[in-house]
Design a protein around this ligand. Structure first.
Ligand SMILES: Cc1ncc(COP(=O)(O)O)c(C=O)c1O
Length: 456
């Protein structure tokens, strides 16, 4: 007799297949809020617990193997454990993990960034991307003497209270739990790609900086054309405001010098993390020497109070991250690895859309450079496997959440040996043609299962 259950069949199959993950989740629930250590790792009915990873794959505590499209939340471009990075980290670990002192690797790491990133005249390392955007905002306020910040709806710049504003619908600059209204009121959240709104806001001449994800919110989930970045460059210059490119994801991924190299637009400040540190923790703010001079010590205590931002940080440029970062940047510098990852992502987008077309499923896979995203709200199936333009879809819809489809597809893909975050996927050089063929086979089976659940 059929089991009577309130939960969907995919959810039951998932629960049955992953008993060891389930058991860890039960322990985690007693330790962590939501049982997780990063909001985006929540999953219904419980997340996957991973034991090890190598190349394109990771293995969970139940011994199951997955092709991975999280790629370390974007920190990995060469797959898991690329030999050059692994060896650099191993060698560094043998020499110590924290000197409480300056060291040669941090200098080398900084030199790499200044060579590759067009805006980087000077750089200061931080321990994360969140710290980097926090520092960039302080630098902009110190340099300009102005207090307001312009950001864009749906753009994410880390979780500190100064910028975790207008990221999600309804995209308002309203304080959320624990946020001070005084801080939120200093941030204007403007619609993405509306240069007239930016011009109007800048005309008040109280804006210290405009910050954006240069390829669009959530790494181009709400895509932005290069022309918008160019227009922002002109408008900020005219208004004596700084332009900050948050290249935490795009840095060293869309080009060796990031989106600023790709677009030919040089911002005043750039924030970096993820690939920067080769899969280990690390971030940086880089940019104009005169702006970063607000991190330099001045001649008198009085001058320091006015024009020196204090910046300690136990793990700034820690030797392990520096070693991994140097090894990683040396690999991406020539651009060939980026071209390979881009080409593999394009093949994936094409193949995934072909499957959606064949299955007559009205979703669309899209993206640029080394990623693919899935939009569950399309009105018609893709016509063929060509990359789908989503330009005609209103940005609020594009950023919309489809929790049931996302849950079901993610569960179905996991059951078929593929893991992605439920809406977006990052691609690396590890996703070879064989891995792509396996992914497409898994996707075909998975979308049929989602259809069977009545969600496609
Ligand atoms: C564009 C962007 N900026 C900043 C951050 C925050 O970086 P971190 O997670 O290292 O604090 C992220 C993280 O995903 C990001 O995508």
């Amino acid at each position: 007799m059929a089991r009577i259950t309130a939960s969907p069949p995919l959810q039951d199959a998932y629960t049955d297949a992953l008993p060891a993950s389930h058991a860890l989740f039960d322990r985690a629930r007693r330790v962590f809020p939501d049982a997780v250590t990063h909001d985006n790792r929540r999953m219904q009915p419980f997340p996957l617990y991973v034991e090890r990873a190598d190349g394109a794959c990771k293995w969970d505590v139940d011994g199951r193997q997955y092709i991975d499209y999280w790629m370390g939340h974007g920190a990995l471009l060469l797959g898991h454990n690329p030999p050059a990075v692994r060896e650099a980290v191993r060698e560094q670990a043998m020499r110590g993990t924290h000197y409480g002192a300056c060291h040669e690797k941090e200098v080398e790491w900084g030199e790499w960034v200044c060579r590759l990133v067009p805006s980087a005249e000077r750089i200061r390392f931080t321990a994360s991307g969140t710290e980097a955007t926090h520092m960039a905002v302080r630098l902009a306020r110190a340099f300009t003497g102005k207090s307001h910040i312009v950001k864009f709806a749906g753009h994410f710049h880390g979780w500190h209270e100064g910028l975790e504003i207008g990221v999600r619908a309804p995209y308002e600059a309203e304080p959320e739990a624990g946020q001070l209204r005084e801080v939120v009121d200093l941030v204007s959240v403007l619609p993405p790609d509306d240069i007239a709104a930016v011009r109007e806001r800048l005309a008040r001449r109280d804006v210290a900086a405009v910050i954006l994800e240069p390829t669009g919110g959530h790494f181009g989930t709400i895509p932005l054309p290069a022309s918008f970045a160019r227009a922002l460059r002109e408008e900020t210059r005219r208004a004596d405001a700084l332009l900050i490119f948050d290249e935490v994801v795009t840095g060293f991924r869309v080009a060796p010098g990031g989106a600023q190299e790709l677009f030919g637009v040089t911002p005043d400040l750039t924030t970096l993390a993820k690939i920067l540190a080769g899969g280990l923790p690390g971030g940086a703010v880089a940019g104009r020497a005169d702006v970063l001079s607000f991190l330099s010590t001045k001649a008198s205590a009085e001058e320091n109070r006015r024009s020196k931002i204090a910046h300690p940080g136990t793990f700034n440029a820690n030797p392990l991250s520096a070693a991994a970062g140097v090894a990683m940047l040396a690999q991406v510098a020539g651009g060939e690895k980026i071209r390979v990852a881009n080409a593999q992502a394009a093949k994936l987008r094409h193949g995934l859309n072909e499957i959606l077309a064949r299955e007559r499923i009205a979703w669309k896979v899209y993206g640029e450079s080394s990623d693919w995203k899935i939009f569950f709200g399309a009105d018609a199936p893709p016509r063929d496997g060509a990359d789908q333009s989503v330009a005609q879809i209103e940005w609020r819809r594009l950023d919309g959440k489809f929790p049931e489809q996302s849950r079901a597809l993610r569960q179905a893909l996991i059951l078929n040996g593929v893991d992605f975050n439920g809406a977006r996927a990052l691609v690396g050089t590890c996703h070879t043609d064989d891995v792509i063929a396996e992914t497409l086979a898994a996707f075909e089976t998975a979308v049929r299962a989602v259809k069977d659940e009545g969600l496609a």
